[in-house]
Each structure stands twice: as C-alpha cells, then as structure tokens.
Design a protein around this ligand. Structure first.
Ligand code: AMP
Length: 400
C-alpha cells in the first residue's frame, strides 16, 4: 500500500456503537472497515475487517467510544496505516439550520454542535464523543463534519413548517429537518447517471428503507420534501419506530395509562414499528419468513402496515414534483426485499408504476437496476454508500 495520505477515515458514532471505514474516495476502495458495538456494557466488542481478514476483540468494561477509538488506532498503528490517512470524516446527525455543507471542525463548530444537542438528544451527543476522541487521537489531521440534515435544507418553507404557533419555530427551532441526507443525495445522483440524465433536470422519489426509513422528493437535485421531521421518529413505520401517529395518543398514554415521558419515548422509538405490531421482530427478513412461510397473521399485518405507509408517503411526495422520472429503493430492505418493493409498488398503480417481476426478484444483494415494467416510470434499486459520500465530501473540503 502506498504511503501517500489518500485515505479518509470515516467515523459514524451511534449511542452505543462506533462504525468506521478507511476509504479511498477516488477508487472507492475500503481496505479496512469495522464496528465497535455494545459500548459501555459488558458485551462491548470490536470487529475490524482488514483486507478480507476479520479481527475480533471482546473488551473489558468500561469500554466506551474513547477506548474503541484507542483500540482502532492501536490496530492502525501496528498495520502501518496511520500515515495513509489524509483526514477524518464524521457523520453528524443534526445540523439544525446552522450548516448546509460539510464543515471543517474547530472549537467554534464544536460549541455549535453542543448547542444542537437539544434538537437531537439521542444522536448528536454520541457524534460529539466520537469527534472529541478523534480530535485528541488524530491531533494533526483535519476533521470534517458531514451532516444528515444538510441535504434537506433546500426544502421550501411550506414543506418544513409545522402547523404550530410560529414562535416555536422562530424561538426554538421546531420545524421539519429531515435525515438520511447523504443517502438520498447519493442515490439520486446515481439514478440520474443510470437514466442518462442531468441531475439538474431529474425528478425522483427516493425510499431509504433500513432500520430507519425515510422517503424524499428530489427535484433538480434538491430535496423538496421528506418524510422524517423534527426528529427521525416521524414519517413511515420503521423497525422499532412508530413513524407518524396521532399526537393525541401521547396525551392518552401520559394522562390515562400512567406512562412516564421516558416510557413513552422508549415505546415510540424502541418498541413500535415492525417489532411492536408483529410482537416477533424488527427484522424484515424474519417477518417475511413468518408471514410467507408460517402464515403468521401478526407478521403479515406488520408488513402490510409498513408497505402501506411507504406507498402513501411516496404518493404524498408527488405533490412536490413536476414529473416523475423514477422511484428509487435503497437501504437494507430497499436493496434486498423484493416482497416489500412489490407490495409498495402494487399500491401505486394510479401513478402508472408497475414492476417486472423477474427483474424485481433478481435485483438483490448489492445489485443495481431498473425493476419497472416497460410501460412504467423507472423503479430503480440502488445500493447506498453513505460512507463513501462522507469520505468524498471530506476530501473535497480539505482539498478545496
Ligand atoms: P440497514 O439499516 O440499512 O442496515 O437495514 C437493515 C434492515 O434490512 C433489516 O430490517 C433487515 O431485515 C433488512 N434486510 C437485510 N437483508 C434483507 C433481505 N434479504 N430481505 C429482507 N430484508 C432484509
């Protein structure tokens, strides 16, 4: 391996996990990837995949983000990979209205990120821990924040404004922000290339369907509306998140069913969605097996609610577009579940959408392609690559 510093180390810190990848943005080569999971618990562990070989360590508590980074740096040092790193790119969930573009991290940016924690208490604090640890560990390297919300800053006022008293927005920032921005950005650009069109003249709806799910209307390369909102809890049903519900249910839980605010938070974020309805699993594969092979009615209902909510969100997104060049599926479910894609598109026949069954069946496991029938607008499956977007935007910023 060359010692020219051409790789970007991408760091994605969740509340109890730290994902990382060493990426060459030019070639998309990723010689090293990995994840530290169950951080700050007895099961804390780290897995590093380097040139196809897997290295696993179970680690004694207390083992948090800092220790995970120290373990990674130790590995990078021994493997003589420190000198190939040109910069660190951090995924940061919430930028509020502060940043529309990737941003070089300094003390001023850190102070703003701290302030933004009130908007994203579940996500930004973990991102900050990762950045702080990386700033100490890689003192000499530039560190760049790439924000999930940034791509959606082009939404018009009518799309991001809630029908709430105006001062909640003007004084407290309560508005729709949207998430999964790097994924929606990436697959919309890939789609334009696939369709042989200029992104400035392309209207698409992107469906990022993973553990978290969001649908976005993208016209001429810009986000015009998206299904997630002030937090990533809004929009379509998800693995364990409820998506849109009547807010009156929350008062009912608090006032009449004696839930605490913490219990409501846990219920809506961790115990709802596919898991809550099925009472079996949040994993789409398990539910498909249960519904289709074991005829389990609860698994079937969970998938029905899930697919119906996605179809409705896609239909709703057409209100922000002047034409429809393609619907794009991405994320673990969007890239792999021909069942979910079929059930969603079946409910959108009024938009003239229909699938080629054979193409739908075979476009899985990292394959990209058009799965629409001949007389339908394109329905594309495009594997997302959020880490590569973070790496290439980080490199562009430090070079520019
Ligand atoms: P992500 O958050 O993008 O990693 O996606 C995770 C989701 O993708 C989980 O719900 C998985 O069940 C789902 N998934 C992965 N592979 C498949 C598959 N072959 N069929 C259906 N769902 C899948």
């Amino acid at each position: 391996m060359t010692t020219q510093p051409k790789f970007i180390l991408v760091i994605n810190c969740g509340s109890s996990s730290l994902k990382f990848a060493l990426i060459d943005p030019a070639s998309k080569q990723q010689p090293l990837t990995g994840i530290a999971q169950c951080l700050n618990s007895d099961e804390a562990n780290i897995v590093i995949k380097h040139n196809g070989e897997k290295h696993q360590d179970t680690l004694d508590a207390p083992f948090g983000h800092k220790e995970a980074l120290a373990n990674l740096i130790n590995y990078l040092t021994q493997a003589q990979l420190i000198d190939v790193i040109a910069a660190i790119g951090h995924r940061v969930v919430h930028a509020g209205e502060c940043y529309q573009l990737p941003t070089l991290i300094d003390n001023k940016v850190m102070a703003i990120l701290e302030e933004l924690c009130t908007l994203a208490p579940l996500h930004n604090p973990a991102n900050i821990i990762g950045i702080e640890a990386a700033r100490v560990a890689f003192e000499a390297l530039p560190q760049v924040a790439v924000f999930d919300t940034a791509f959606h800053q082009t939404m018009p006022e009518k799309a991001y404004t809630y029908a709430l008293p105006r001062n909640l927005y003007s004084e407290h920032g309560v508005r729709k922000y949207g998430f999964h921005g790097t994924s929606h950005y990436y697959v919309s650009r890939q789609a334009a290339d696939y369709l042989n069109k200029n992104i400035d003249d392309t209207s698409v709806i992107t469906a990022h369907l993973g553990n978290g799910c969001s649908i976005t209307a993208i016209e001429n390369g810009e986000s015009r509306d998206t299904s997630m909102g002030f937090t990533p809890l809004a929009g379509v049903a998800m693995g364990t998140r409820c998506g849109d519900i009547d807010p009156g249910i929350i008062f009912h839980l608090l006032k009449n069913l004696n839930y605490s605010t913490e219990a409501v938070d846990k219920l809506l974020n961790k115990e709802s969605g596919l898991l809550g309805i099925s009472e079996i699993s949040n994993d789409c594969r398990t539910l498909e097996e249960q519904a289709l092979e074991q005829n389990n009615p609860q698994a079937k209902l969970a998938l029905d609610v899930f697919c119906f909510s996605i179809a409705k969100a896609i239909a709703a997104m057409t209100t922000s577009l002047s034409k429809l060049d393609a619907v794009i599926f991405t994320g673990g479910i969007g890239e792999n579940s021909s069942y979910v894609r079929e059930e969603v598109i079946k409910q959108l026949s009024l938009l003239q959408l229909s699938l080629d069954d054979a193409a739908n069946e075979k476009t899985i496991r990292g394959q990209a392609g058009n799965i629409a029938s001949d007389n339908s607008p394109a329905v594309l499956v495009i594997p997302t690559d959020e880490e590569w977007v973070i790496a290439s935007q980080t490199l562009a910023l430090i070079k520019g």
